[in-house]
Write a protein of this length. Structure first.
Lengths: 568, 46
């Protein structure tokens, strides 16, 4: 990276953080610290909700996923619009009417203290882990490619987020996210334009898309029903519905964003903004990855994108074997490049026979080069150098570092760190609030003034920041990062959502029934994760339904004499 | 904790379309249209 890149990067990250601190320097009360004074408008809520969900992992991993698997991942978001409508109808009016600070506070009022503790604990565990990965993900990728010190990168990013989140609370998080989202989307559009600029002059936009289609990367919808398949329309609509319902409706890192709205209308509209914009945005990010794939049909890609892993492999006894594979790959991609160019030219001819022949040759060479990549990955596994044989998180950033001009590289690194900081800020903000509201203030019977609670909230937020940074320092790369985060979420979200749906929809169920039902359901989900091949998105509906079914069974058997609790 | 129940400023009217029911229908129809559009466009190119 050049000096200009460093200036752009630091100016963007420090500037936005400093602005957030300055704008919230007069925050005084608890309401202001935890809920932003109920003063935030729907546009800011919408961007804040979006920035919370779109972490650095989104911008590193998603294009890499598309490079390998095409557009299929977009189906994961197909259930989201309906989940958001459900939340607007059932969740938001109740949260706002009860004026809760956290989603789990509602469980305490509807059921009992142990249900509140259970909901809050499940959230703290999964979100605490995710916060560590959110910081770790961009740091590991960028530090390894740029030769930065990994631990120092994690510490600097973590410290910056902790400072403005602790200082300004919810309002600082929302305000900074507005500008972080502007940088993120601006950067992604510029990167998208640069990919087309870097394509050969003779290849038009339409031909580039056709090449992607011919090589099987344009495939957003898979209609086949298969429980073990990661992405198809059914897991996307059903699993995605339950995942989104749990994430947006019960995850405090999101609930806190829209409860900061100045009105029910603002909260709803900010959330609905995401229901409309999220799928096109995710499609766009995946499409960027597909276009990077097309770009590398004409330019020689590395046989393995994580150069750090390749360097380590070259120090082992497998170096010669790797060299043979790399040479074979280089010659294959050279041949493939010519075949893909012929394919692009064939689209101008409208001759179906010519197009079919060119497609067959390009597909064959692409399949062969992909097979060599798989052989390299097997070699990495065999070498036992302690590195994961998966490089999809490195694809997009490799393109950025090698092909974008000075200044833009700094901007794109700022995009990735802005995304990491915006998600982490929401997470720390929510973790601190939940610990304060659902544990500290509930357990301590002695009442204090507001300044005391604000002080405690700050200490707790900072403590979670430290925990996340420590976790990031000692985390190891797990498969594809975005999948890892979604998987951790899916393990817990089903049970949490089940508790909330019972609370909202089934007034005859008592706290005891739902509490033990959730414990049982969570245990079954862990067993399914270890011993079955069910794709992780299905854990959301399964976990949720198990809680509801067990709660009913327990209510009408073991806890039949419990007093029926109704809060409304 | 103290004073968490301040007076709310709830305004339940949506900024557009006149009623929430219409807003929800808009979101649902928009979703169907965008999925169908993605499907048709990508089918054309693949």
């Amino acid at each position: 990276m050049s000096a200009i890149d460093y200036i752009v990067l630091l100016a963007t990250l420090l500037g936005i953080s400093a602005y957030g601190i300055w704008r919230t320097r007069q925050n005084a009360g608890l309401d202001s610290y935890l809920k932003g004074d109920d003063s935030i408008k729907w546009g800011t809520i919408g961007l804040s909700v979006m920035a919370t969900q779109a972490s650095a992992i989104t911008f590193l991993s998603t294009p890499g996923l598309a490079y390998d698997e095409g557009l299929l991942f977009v189906q994961n978001y197909f259930g989201m619009p309906f989940a958001i409508i459900f939340i607007c109808i059932f969740f938001i009016p109740i949260y706002r009417r009860l004026k809760v600070y956290t989603a789990y506070e509602y469980l305490g009022r509807r059921f009992d203290a142990k249900s509140q503790y259970l909901g809050a604990t499940l959230f703290l565990v999964q979100r605490g882990l995710a916060a560590g990965i959110t910081i770790y993900a961009p740091a590991i990728v960028i530090s390894s490619l740029l030769g930065w010190n990994l631990k120092l990168t994690i510490l600097l990013v973590g410290l910056l987020v902790i400072v403005y989140t602790v200082s300004g609370g919810t309002k600082a998080v929302s305000i900074t996210q507005r500008y972080q989202m502007a940088v993120i989307m601006g950067g992604m559009f510029i990167a998208f334009g640069m990919i087309f600029r870097e394509l050969p002059d003779s290849v038009s936009v339409s031909e580039a898309i056709s090449v992607a289609g011919a090589l099987g990367k344009i495939n957003p919808v898979d209609l086949e029903f298969d429980l073990s398949e990661k992405y198809n329309i059914w897991s996307g609509i059903l699993g995605g519905f339950f995942l989104s319902l749990s994430y947006f409706g019960t995850d405090q890192s999101q609930v806190q964003r829209y409860l900061a709205g100045s009105s029910t209308s603002g909260s709803r509209f900010g959330l609905l903004f995401n229901a409309v914009v999220k799928i096109p945005m995710q499609f766009f990010i995946l499409f960027v990855g597909v276009m990077v794939f097309v770009f590398y049909q004409f330019e020689k890609p590395p046989v393995f994108f994580n150069t750090d892993t390749v360097a380590r492999l070259n120090e082992t006894e497998f170096a010669d074997e790797f060299q043979v594979l790399e040479d074979r790959y280089d010659s294959l991609v050279e041949e493939r490049s010519e075949a893909v160019m012929a394919l692009a030219e064939s689209f101008e001819s409208d001759d179906d026979t010519l197009i079919e022949a060119a497609t067959a040759k390009a597909v064959e060479l692409d399949t062969q080069s992909a097979a060599v990549r798989e052989e390299v990955k097997s070699l990495i596994d065999k070498s036992e150098i302690g590195m994961k044989a998966k490089d999809s998180d490195y694809v997009f950033i490799t393109f950025i570092l090698n092909y974008l001009p000075q200044g833009l590289v700094g901007l794109m690194i700022a995009v990735i760190f802005s995304a990491a900081m915006s998600s982490t800020a929401s997470e720390l903000n929510a973790l601190g609030s939940t610990t304060m509201v659902d544990f500290y203030s509930r357990i301590r019977s002695k009442k204090h003034d507001e300044a005391h609670y604000v002080r405690v909230s700050r200490i707790l937020t900072a403590s979670w920041g430290v925990i996340a940074v420590v976790f990031a320092l000692y985390a190891s790369l797990v498969s594809n990062l975005i999948e890892a985060v979604n998987k951790i979420g899916s393990l817990f979200y089903g049970a949490i959502l089940g508790i909330f749906l019972v609370a909202f929809l089934f007034k005859r169920i008592s706290g005891n029934s739902v509490f033990y039902a959730a414990l049982l359901a969570q245990a079954i989900i862990f067993l399914l994760n270890w011993y079955s091949s069910i794709a992780y998105l299905w854990f959301n509906p399964i976990g949720c339904l198990l809680v509801i079914v067990f709660a009913f069974i327990l209510q009408f058997t073991v806890f039949a004499n419990d007093k029926k609790e109704v809060v409304s | 904790m103290t004073d968490q129940n301040t007076e709310s400023k709830d305004d339940t009217q949506p900024p557009v379309f006149g009623s929430w029911r219409r807003v929800y229908w808009f979101v649902a129809i928009f979703f169907v249209v965008e999925v169908v559009a993605f499907y048709l466009i990508t089918q054309y190119y693949s």
